[in-house]
Design a protein around this ligand. Structure first.
Ligand code: NI
Length: 134
């Protein structure tokens, strides 16, 4: 699966504006300011440094898909997002599932990534990955 490119590292944070400030102090530059994804009940922001893109994710209420994860992990990285080549999204999902990944949700448009579809999958040896449609 050499065709998958790393798009971002997902970082769980308690307070997104404070986290943005802290990453800016480390030299990160905001690519997309925080925005609410109401399908997942999270705020999301993207920042870049040295070619590395991080996604800050913060629950906005207890309904959020990451509310319990935040309690467990505190502020910490929790997934790497890989981008499929054009037209390969469904095929890549199938390949990952054949490699032992289990999809933990359905492919859903991500409002904070231009409405492109994403799906989360779990691997027993490396945890959670996100796959992003081209
Ligand atoms: Ni992500």
């Amino acid at each position: 699966m050499n065709n998958l490119k790393i798009h971002h590292i997902g970082y769980l944070v308690k307070r997104i504006e404070k986290a943005i400030k802290a990453f800016e102090d480390l030299g990160f530059v905001v690519e997309k300011p925080s925005k609410i994804d109401s399908t997942r009940n999270v705020s999301i922001a993207f920042l870049i440094k040295d070619g590395y893109r991080i996604e800050l994710v913060s629950p906005i209420n207890e309904e959020s898909v990451v509310f319990n994860l935040l309690k467990k992990y505190k502020n910490s990285p929790y997934h790497i997002c890989y981008e499929s080549d054009k037209g390969n999204f469904e095929h890549d999902i199938e390949l990952l599932i054949n490699q032992g990944y289990v999809a933990i949700d359905e492919p859903t448009p991500a409002p904070c990534i231009d409405g492109r579809r994403v799906v989360f999958l779990m691997n027993p040896s490396l945890g959670m990955v996100e796959l992003l449609e081209y």
